[in-house]
Write a protein that binds this ligand. Sequence first.
Ligand code: TMP
Length: 238
Amino acid sequence: MGKSNLLYEGKAKRLFETEDPQVLRVVYLDQATALNGVRKDMIQGKAELNNQITAIIFEYFNQKGLLNHFIKKISKDEQLVESLKIIPLEVVIRNVSAGSFSKRLSISEGQQLEFPILEFYYKDDHLDDPMINDDHVKFLKIATEEEIATIKHEAHKVNRVLLDLFKQIGIRLIDFKIEFGRRPDGTILLADEITPDTCRLWDEKTSSHLDKDVYRKNLGEIVPVYQEVLDRLKQKFN
Ligand code: TMP
């Protein structure tokens, strides 16, 4: 895996090519951003925590038959993943009102939703990742109707598996964001990461935030809360 051409630099990770064109190396970064990158801080230890958390969750998904791009963790802050063409959609599922949903619809945070609500956001920093609907996805040729159905089906499956997993470790899954990619043959696969950066996780007993809202809302240090999520996951899998 000597080759190291940088393919993509995101807000929380870098993607490098490897000698195998079907495999990429992901390097998690000790960086947190908010407000679409306007606020940015170095947070030592975050990369290792997110690398471990996402690896545990994706390995668990593989056991459950929920296919995803993860291959293996190769160091504290690096993992190998399948090379996919990322679909420029942020797929959000909400179980409980919070964040932009609460703000947009003026619904207080913490209300259990009668059914999981799925939203699409168009990944485009210049447009500030606007929320779009199925027709926009088709119009923009981001995905076909059939692919949209697959994405929705898989996202709801991810939600069911994650809800159950987090419940087992005393955490309420409020909402989360996932991304999908395409294999050369067109198969759609879960990609990116599942970490406290991309989920809202509330402690079941205290409702304290165990996620990036601690950073977004200036509620304290994020490393101890991410560590808490990792410790609970490790306890379950040991
Ligand atoms: P929101 O309430 O701000 O729309 O966020 C919904 C969920 O999506 C929340 O768990 C945080 C996650 N998310 C990301 O992972 N990346 C993003 O850029 C945004 C806006 C949200």
